[in-house]
Ligand binder design. Structure first.
Ligand code: GUN
Length: 300
């Protein structure tokens, strides 16, 4: 395939399609149970990017028919105050999902905070119990960004079963859980969107390009602007860009889009690629959380 014909995988359109599906599922759930799923977001400090993300999450809740709460705390909030708030939200039957926006201000112990969230309300899927369930192939919640990537690929007709997926980046939020989802036997979209042969590369990988060149699907999640160039990509590959880097020329991904578009067959843009899916899959998890807690309440 000639280069400049790389097909754009439109994350914004796919995100809207999934939100429409979720709105209908949520409406049916609320009619059947009388319960409106509720997401509580916790924002500590005034990081500009975090404020934007949290606002986007609240707007998405409205569109899908979920209710939301925003708990805004000052940057000098103590560990104890934050832990007390999490306990209150853990015990509130009207709250189904809890999201603590990261990064937290320096001085707060994020690990202790995230570990204190009730695993059944952990819609980010960061709690070790939920990470363990994912790694055993029986997830309770799916990690939002990796699940979004899986949705994009499958809804663009890209088969993953038996394919070589190379993930560049080993973060706890994207790289590692992405590998676990794709290596599992099944997925929310069926076995064709899983069962991949997965390689994770990182900053100590020797001869990175030699490995990325063997990828049928290349996923970049390293946080380095335009790091992936055409010479690192196999002709005809699908390339997913998870990066969001703020540079002098604006928001750019981890992939050099113009360059890589000349060899890839499919590519996600930044913005408008993976980003919109992260919020949408959080809505999916909030509905799942409400379903779990409502059926637990019924048997108690
Ligand atoms: N900050 C950047 N990405 C995320 C995310 O997926 N979840 C939370 N809670 N904070 C983030």
């Amino acid at each position: 395939m000639s280069a400049d014909t790389a097909k754009i995988m439109d994350g914004k359109a796919i995100s809207q399609e999934i939100q429409t599906e979720l709105a209908s599922e949520t409406s049916q759930f609320t009619q059947e149970t009388g319960v409106t799923p509720c997401l509580a977001a916790v924002l500590v400090g005034a990081d500009a990017a975090s404020e934007v993300y949290v606002r986007n999450k609240q707007r998405a809740c409205e569109r899908v028919g979920l209710s939301s709460q925003l708990h805004k705390l000052p940057a000098d909030t103590s560990q104890k105050t934050l832990l007390d708030l999490i306990t209150e939200l853990n015990n509130d039957p009207l709250v189904h999902g809890i999201l603590v926006q990261l990064p937290l201000p320096a001085g707060l112990d994020s690990t202790q905070i995230l570990d204190s969230i009730n695993p059944e309300k952990d819609v980010d899927a960061f709690h070790p119990e939920n990470v363990g369930l994912i790694s055993q192939g029986r997830p309770r919640f799916l990690p939002c960004t990796p699940h979004g990537v899986q949705q994009i690929l499958d809804r663009c007709g890209i088969e993953l079963s038996g394919k070589h997926v190379v993930i560049v980046g080993r973060s706890e939020i994207v790289g590692k859980p992405m590998a676990m989802l794709l290596v599992n036997r099944d997925s929310t979209r069926g076995p064709q969107a899983a069962n991949a042969t997965v390689t994770i590369c990182h900053s100590r990988t020797t001869d990175l390009a030699a490995i990325t060149q063997t990828a049928d699907v290349l996923i970049a999640a390293i946080g380095k602007a335009k790091f992936i160039t055409a010479d690192m990509v196999k002709p005809g590959a699908a390339v997913v860009d998870v990066g969001i880097n703020r540079t002098a020329e604006g928001l750019v991904g981890d992939v050099d889009f113009d360059d890589v578009s000349t060899v890839a067959q499919h590519i996600t843009p930044v913005p408008g690629g993976v980003g919109p899916l992260t919020v949408t899959m959080l809505m999916h998890n909030t509905l799942t959380a409400a379903r779990i807690q409502t059926s637990n309440a019924a048997v108690e």
